[in-house]
Design a protein. Structure first.
Lengths: 131, 408
């Protein structure tokens, strides 16, 4: 153990995972879906403006997913997402911001957070300080 | 002319040209953009065509052209005239005085800005780095960094900041403290990055040291400037020993001290020794003094821990923080035994604001191991590994936990 340590970094990357219930999402009336999209566009514009936006994309329907498991060198490919769950990941974005609190604040603004949920995961940095 | 030489020239010229441009045209935001464009043009042309006789004049001329273009906003004329202007630099620029560079630094580290913005703007406007280089250093897209810089400049403008040195006194001292903190953050960012996989990332420790040397030239009698420079040199001097060839972190106690850069360490020791004698005590000086004690120990066992413990107590007196308490706990353990360290550590558990939970857990693990409680130590190393958001730190902590299991 040395004298270094606690060297605060001014920013860190967070992955925001966007979750929806696909059945409930399909049942939404069209104007609401459009409104959600517009709302997301506004948030992204703001994050670009603040210099916190790193990137992100939406995903095609979970039914189009393929899950791959290799056992004894043989790939078994099954239709559908990795976890059979009512709520599925439908998109992600990466932000670079000052604190976990700020990342959570951003996630809370997503319209999906009101209906379903968002997951905020710190992204491991390749940098580090010896102890 | 090789591009590293050109790069060095451009980085030192950048703040001079920017100051001259602001003096001529006003409008920090537009001038800063114009200088960046001139730097990019030079980086493209000079390596092939050679460095002009008057590099500052060349950059000033090209940047001035951008400024007048901005005003005229005449695209086709700009393309025709550029060829002439680039070939024939004209006019000398006034050499800015020391206060101008200081004014520039204070402006880039304006208190209205977030640390991330202060860092980005300082590196670009004073450091002469390109947006792309700064983006690579911080592992974000260039567009993200460009936006951060442009927003920072807008904020400065909205705050009504002018290109003027604040009057000497407490207010200026407070602003200078922000500049030192920004330089310290730039250094730390670069120091942490040395284990990263990308060799094209610019070396921010070298950049931070270069800028702190500029600060020292401007303020030769300031003990904290000297202390910060010493701290950087004393930390950077250990860099060759802090990672294995495959990028794994090596803790201070296990580093091969023959790999340490003696010249950097000796310069740091000299600087901090003089500062402690001549200037009022400050936290960078104390941190540098602690680093100097480590640098003076031929082996880890030779470390003068009582002196380090005393220095941390002084540091906690003038700049108390959970991190200082954490380090004091390590020193106390080395002097009085692991229980003394663990007792001090327990006082940190109440501090819910301690963002560096993984560091507390790592120190606790280390002290528990010293105390002989291997199972608790192993659990604490794993706790630290889970809380860490750094890949090399996590690997190190998991490795320590695994060693404790294997030894059972």
């Amino acid at each position: 153990m040395g004298e270094a340590g606690g060297l605060a970094s001014p920013g860190m990357k967070y992955l925001l995972l966007i979750y929806q219930n696909p059945a409930a999402r399909e049942a939404l009336p069209e104007p609401e879906v459009t409104a959600m999209g517009d709302e997301v566009d506004t948030i992204i514009d703001e994050l670009v403006e603040t210099g916190e936006w790193v990137g992100g994309e939406g995903l095609a329907d979970p039914s189009t997913a393929r899950t791959v498991r290799v056992r004894d060198g043989v790939a078994a490919v099954t239709d559908g997402p990795f976890a059979e769950a009512k709520e599925q990941m439908v998109g992600y974005c990466i932000v670079d911001c000052e604190s976990r609190e700020r990342a959570v604040e951003i996630a809370a603004r997503w319209p999906d957070a009101r209906r379903w949920g968002m997951e905020v995961r710190p992204i491991l940095s390749p940098d580090g300080i010896e102890m | 002319m090789s591009s590293p030489v050109v790069e060095g020239l451009l980085r030192t010229a950048a703040p001079r040209v920017l100051v001259a441009l602001v003096r001529r045209y006003g409008g920090f935001d537009a001038c800063e953009d114009a200088v960046q464009e001139a730097l990019l043009a030079a980086a493209l042309q000079w390596p092939d065509r050679g460095v002009p006789d008057n590099p500052d004049g060349w950059l000033f001329t090209v940047a001035s052209r951008r400024m007048t273009d901005e005003i005229r906003s005449d695209q086709s004329r700009r393309r025709r005239e550029d060829a002439v202007v680039l070939a024939e630099p004209r006019g000398d620029l006034d050499v800015p005085d020391a206060d101008d560079t200081l004014t520039l630094l204070l402006l880039c580290c304006h208190p209205e800005l977030t640390p991330a913005s202060q860092i980005a703007l300082t590196l670009r406007a004073v450091g002469g780095l390109t947006t792309a280089e700064i983006a690579r250093a911080f592992l974000v897209p260039e567009a993200t960094m460009a936006q951060r810089i442009s927003r920072a400049k807008q904020r400065i403008q909205r705050a009504g900041a002018r290109f003027e040195l604040p009057p000497a006194g407490a207010a200026r001292q407070a602003r200078l403290a922000v500049v030192l903190h920004v330089l310290y953050l730039i250094f730390n960012e670069g120091y942490a990055a040395t284990s990263g996989p990308d060799a094209t990332r610019p070396d921010l420790t070298a950049e931070a040291i270069r800028l702190t040397r500029v600060m020292r030239e401007l303020l030769p009698d300031d003990g904290e400037v000297a202390g910060l420079l010493a701290l950087m040199l004393l930390t950077d001097g250990r860099r060759p020993a802090r990672t294995t060839p495959d990028g794994a972190l090596v803790p201070l106690a296990e580093q091969d001290r023959s790999l340490w850069d003696r010249a950097l360490l000796d310069e740091g020791i000299g600087l901090v020794t003089a500062a402690l004698t001549d200037a009022p005590l400050g936290s960078y000086q104390l941190q540098a003094a602690i680093a100097a004690v480590h640098a003076e120990a031929a082996t880890a066992d030779d470390t003068d821990w009582p002196q380090i413990a005393a220095l941390y107590e002084l540091l906690e007196g003038i700049a108390p923080s959970p991190v200082v308490r954490l380090n004091r706990a390590v020193a106390a353990a080395m002097v009085h035994g692991p229980e003394a360290g663990l007792d001090l550590l327990a006082t940190l558990d109440q501090d819910v604001h301690m963002a560096d939970h993984h560091r507390v857990a790592a120190v606790r693990a280390h002290l528990l191991e010293l105390a002989g409680d291997r199972e608790a130590a192993r659990k604490s190393f794993l706790d630290a590994a889970r809380a860490s958001t750094s890949l090399p730190e996590r690997r190190y902590l998991e490795g320590r936990a695994a060693q404790l299991r294997e030894a059972d």
